[in-house]
Design a protein. Structure first.
Length: 107
């Protein structure tokens, strides 16, 4: 048999380059579905492909935005922790100074 491609192993996977399907003469007329024009099919397939290609980019952008928000929140939490630590240190120094002043006044 000298066929260049079969249904299971087509010569090309591009639907536009494949040979069109024709009904056999043994089938009754009208049993097969009628042919329909595929003028807009290529454009729709291209749009779908473009949209599909942009999905990972949109996901990556959303992921990056989420990471930036988390980093900003983490930085704010770190600043709050450092500010509380410095406030406690200042309060301890203030209490030491008061005690030193009180001891100086008492003597």
């Amino acid at each position: 048999m000298n066929t260049r491609g079969t249904i299971d192993r087509p010569l090309t996977h591009d639907p536009q380059k494949q040979a069109p399907m024709t009904s056999s003469t043994s089938e009754p007329k009208g049993s097969a579905t009628t042919d329909f024009p595929t003028n807009g099919a290529h454009k729709a397939r291209q749009n779908r492909t473009r949209e599909m290609q942009l999905i990972p980019e949109a996901l990556a952008r959303a992921h990056m935005d989420e990471r930036l928000r988390e980093a900003h929140a983490s930085r704010q939490a770190t600043h709050v922790i450092v500010a509380r630590r410095m406030q406690r240190r200042a309060e301890r120094v203030s209490m030491r100074a008061r005690r030193a002043l009180a001891m100086a006044v008492m003597q």
